[in-house]
Unconditional design. Structure first.
Length: 252
C-alpha cells in the first residue's frame, strides 16, 4: 500500500471521491499539506473525517507576505489536533518570488522554530533557493529536527548535502518527464531509507497523464518509475517508502 506524502485539496473539491479513487489504486495513506492559515481548518477537518488522511499546516513561500508572528499561536493550536502531523509546507521559492525573499526567509525561520518547539516534522519547499534554504536549516538544526525536501529538483551535490543533515527526500511525477534526467540522477543518490513518494496533486501529473489535473490515484505510476530506477520490485518500494513516511511523521 502506498503513502502519498504530499498532496493538496481545496474547499469545493470532491474529497471523498478523490480518496476513494486513490484507494482503489492501492494508495491507503495521504498527507494533505496546508499553504496558509486560511486553509488550515480545511486540511485539518479532512484529516479528522477521512481514514488514512493526515494534515500539515504551514505558510507556503508564495504566501509569505501574509506572515505575522502573532499567527504562530494559531498554527501551534492546529498542531495539537489529532492527525495533524507536520509543519508545512514552508520554505523558499526564488523562481516566482510571489513574496519578497526577505519575508520568505523570515517566515521560514519562524516555522522551522515552530517545528522544533512542537516536535512535528517539517515539510520544506525549496525552488531556486538552495543556498539560503540550506543555510537556514543548517544554522537552526538540532538533533530533534525531522524534515523532508518535497518535490525535489536539486542536483546530486545538493541532495548529498541535505542527506548529511538527516533529510528525507521526496519525488513526484517529474520523475517520469522525458527531460528530467537530472531528477532521476538525484534519485540514484538517495538511500532507500530516506526516500518518499508524493504526487503534489493537483500539480505535476506523471506520464501518461501529464497536462491533466494530478491526483493521488496516479501515485503508482510514479512508484513504478522509481522502482525501475532503484531496481526494486514495486511492492518492496511501496513497503519501504510507506515505512519511511510513517517514521518521519511519527506514525510508526
Amino acid at each position: 500500500m502506498f503513502f502519498d506524502t504530499h498532496m493538496h485539496l481545496r474547499p469545493g473539491d470532491a474529497a471523498a471521491e478523490f480518496f476513494s479513487q486513490a484507494r482503489t489504486q492501492g494508495v491507503s495513506s495521504f498527507l494533505l499539506a496546508g499553504t496558509s492559515l486560511q486553509d488550515a481548518e480545511f486540511v485539518c477537518s479532512q484529516a479528522a473525517v477521512e481514514e488514512g488522511v493526515y494534515a500539515a499546516v504551514g505558510l507556503h513561500p508564495h504566501e509569505a507576505s501574509q506572515f505575522e508572528a502573532s499567527q504562530l499561536e494559531q498554527y501551534a493550536a492546529f498542531l495539537t489536533r489529532p492527525k495533524v502531523v507536520a509543519v508545512g509546507e514552508v520554505g523558499l521559492d526564488y523562481h516566482y518570488n510571489h513574496s519578497a525573499p526577505e519575508m520568505q526567509r523570515l517566515a521560514f525561520k519562524a516555522f522551522l522554530q515552530l517545528s522544533l518547539h512542537t516536535q512535528k516534522s517539517l515539510i520544506i519547499h525549496c525552488r531556486d533557493a538552495f543556498d539560503d534554504c540550506y543555510s537556514i536549516v543548517k544554522e537552526q538544526w538540532n538533533p530533534g529536527l525531522r524534515f523532508v525536501l518535497h518535490s525535489f529538483t536539486g542536483d546530486v551535490p545538493e541532495a548529498e548535502k541535505w542527506l548529511e543533515l538527516g533529510a528525507y527526500i521526496s519525488f513526484n511525477g517529474m520523475l517520469t518527464f522525458k527531460k528530467a534526467d537530472n531528477i532521476r540522477c538525484s534519485l540514484q543518490a538517495v538511500p532507500l531509507e530516506r526516500l518518499l513518494l508524493e504526487t503534489d496533486s493537483p500539480y505535476l501529473a506523471p506520464e501518461p497523464y501529464r497536462g491533466k489535473s494530478n491526483c493521488s490515484a496516479y501515485l503508482p505510476k510514479i512508484a513504478e518509475k522509481m522502482a525501475a530506477i532503484k531496481e526494486l520490485p514495486l511492492q518492496e518500494l511501496a513497503r519501504i517508502t510507506t515505512e519511511n513516511a510513517k517514521r518521519l511523521f511519527g506514525l510508526a
